[in-house]
Design a protein around this ligand. Structure first.
Ligand SMILES: *[C@@H]1O[C@H](CO)[C@@H](O)[C@H](O)[C@H]1NC(C)=O
Ligand SMILES: *[C@@H]1O[C@H](CO)[C@@H](O)[C@H](O)[C@H]1NC(C)=O
Ligand SMILES: *[C@@H]1O[C@H](CO)[C@@H](O)[C@H](O)[C@H]1NC(C)=O
Ligand SMILES: *[C@@H]1O[C@H](CO)[C@@H](O)[C@H](O)[C@H]1NC(C)=O
Ligand SMILES: *[C@@H]1O[C@H](CO)[C@@H](O)[C@H](O)[C@H]1NC(C)=O
Ligand SMILES: *[C@@H]1O[C@H](CO)[C@@H](O)[C@H](O)[C@H]1NC(C)=O
Length: 440
């Protein structure tokens, strides 16, 4: 996709009304075209050289990333000697893989119990009975405001599996995920088939996504979901060394694939209805379920909304994966906490903040303060710790924003002056197109 300067100007004009420098400002946009118009965001732009190219599979650790290199060197010798499989785009034809499934390759056999000693089983369902582990892949999608607002109106939190390239393209949308109290997990940098990657390539897909989420949202995830479910014991080992638990699914809505392989909207509705029927006939009375759904486009998000009430009727609880697992510290940063299962199900869907967290928004008068904390308060009036984390992180960029002062001026400066800003804008537009091709 090529864009002339004049079309960029037109695109920017579409979003002229909103403050596109803060999470709250961005979250207030309701026109999907305006939401998906790229914007300049200094904290990302200033750090773009610390990250691989957007939507490209990183073959290597960046040459001056000594922290990443040290991390990889520490695990490299012990990574199991399993050769990469097929191609990054998922062509496994011509592979001669033993029927015994020696690598616990999910794509081959739906294997979730590693054969390699020392690896934890994948999370493919949730232990609590009559409970749905609620999650969405491929975000943050630029036009997710209607969907996130719907979840907010129902005081419903979920696990969001974010793609690193989308986080860099749509940082304020990623911040909304945290501000709204959702759990954030890693869904790789460029959304390729991970078992095809080299050791260092697989490491980089995970590492730079963790770094992007930390930069933008202020938290470092401890969970990830392989695109297409494509994981084996080599990839699980690399993820484990990075502190990432593998989360998969047992039920698939196939919402991402409408229009391909004969999948229609009716197929997807049938998949939702199947899960609903199973919940009604007692299938989840001892162990709960996880279904694969996507924050990919208007259709996948709208379908999630259209089925939400039906799901609440047949499941006793619908919760983020971390909550379903009683994992109260879902991030490396232990000061950002998540409610226990018992707390969540009795109405406390976010936890109260500690005293350090309370101080954070004061350092960022632009994005802290009343509007944001009011907006991110749940129906029960409890304020999310996570939202403070996001606010305090966006404070990193407050210096740059203070110089730019008004949103409009910051945008104009970024576009006119910084090549990185324009690259970021184009990356966002290219990304929008590429998701259509890549699916899941
Ligand atoms: C890596 O090098 C680029 C320039 O090539 C520089 O902009 C960036 O700040 C460096 N990053 C680190 C972590 O040193
Ligand atoms: C529920 O329905 C499914 C599919 O029809 C069936 O396989 C399963 O055995 C049923 N479970 C119970 C507990 O009745
Ligand atoms: C977000 O969803 C819109 C449709 O609502 C779609 O056109 C766009 O490609 C998606 N963007 C990304 C980055 O996935
Ligand atoms: C999908 O698009 C329709 C029509 O523009 C809009 O009314 C609806 O809110 C959108 N849904 C989501 C989830 O964005
Ligand atoms: C979560 O903790 C509660 C006690 O608060 C316990 O009853 C429940 O079994 C735990 N669930 C899991 C999955 O650990
Ligand atoms: C949590 O601790 C980190 C340092 O590990 C700090 O940067 C961050 O601001 C703290 N977040 C909150 C919400 O207190």
């Amino acid at each position: 996709m090529r864009l002339s300067t004049s079309s960029l100007v037109v695109l920017l004009a579409l979003s002229a009304g909103a403050d596109r420098t803060t999470e709250a400002g961005e979250a207030s946009i309701t026109d999907p075209n305006a939401e998906c118009t790229p914007y300049y965001y200094a904290p990302v732009s200033d750090h773009s050289s610390d990250f691989p190219a957007i939507w490209q599979h990183p073959e290597e650790i960046l040459s001056n990333d000594s922290e990443g290199q040290a991390k990889f060197d520490a695990m490299s010798a012990s990574i199991p000697n399993i050769p990469p499989k097929g191609t990054l785009n998922g062509d496994f034809s011509g592979m001669n893989y033993p029927a015994s499934d020696p690598d616990c390759w999910w794509t081959d056999s739906k294997c979730i119990t590693p054969k390699l000693a020392g690896l934890q089983p994948d999370v493919a369902n949730v232990p609590e009975p009559r409970t749905l582990g609620y999650g969405f892949d491929d975000g943050p999608n630029c036009s997710h405001n209607a969907f996130y607002a719907y979840l907010e109106s129902r005081n419903q939190k979920a696990t969001m599996f974010y793609i690193g390239s989308n986080v860099m393209d749509w940082p304020l949308e990623a911040q909304r995920g945290v501000a709204d109290g959702h759990q954030i997990c890693v869904h790789t940098w460029s959304h390729r088939y991970m078992t095809a990657a080299t050791n260092v390539g697989a490491f980089a897909e995970l590492w730079y996504t963790m770094k992007a989420i930390k930069l933008v949202c202020g938290v470092t995830p401890t969970c990830w979901r392989p695109p297409y479910g494509d994981v084996d014991d080599r990839i699980r080992y690399i993820a484990t060394q990075l502190g990432l638990q593998t989360v998969i699914w047992k039920y698939d809505s196939n919402d991402w694939s409408v229009g391909t392989n004969g999948v229609t909207r009716q197929t997807v509705q049938d998949n939702y209805d199947h899960l609903i029927n199973l919940a009604q006939n007692g299938t989840f009375d001892t162990v709960g379920a996880i279904i694969l759904t996507h924050e990919l486009n208007n259709y996948t998000m709208q379908t999630a909304m259209d089925n939400y009430d039906k799901l609440t009727e047949v499941f006793d609880n619908i919760l983020p994966i971390a909550v379903a697992l009683n994992n109260t510290t879902p991030y490396v940063e232990k000061n950002v906490t998540s409610p226990t299962f018992a707390e969540y199900t009795s109405g406390t869907t976010t936890t109260s903040s500690d005293s350090n967290a309370d101080a954070a928004p004061a350092s960022d008068p632009e994005s802290g303060g009343e509007s944001e904390s009011a907006r991110s308060s749940g129906a029960n009036g409890k304020t999310s710790t996570a939202s403070k984390g996001a606010a305090s992180n966006s404070g990193e960029g407050s210096g740059q924003r203070a110089q730019g002062s008004s949103g409009a001026r910051t945008r104009a400066v970024g576009l006119g002056g910084a090549g990185a800003g324009v690259a970021l804008l184009l990356g966002g537009l290219v990304a929008g197109g590429m998701r259509v091709l890549f699916g899941v």
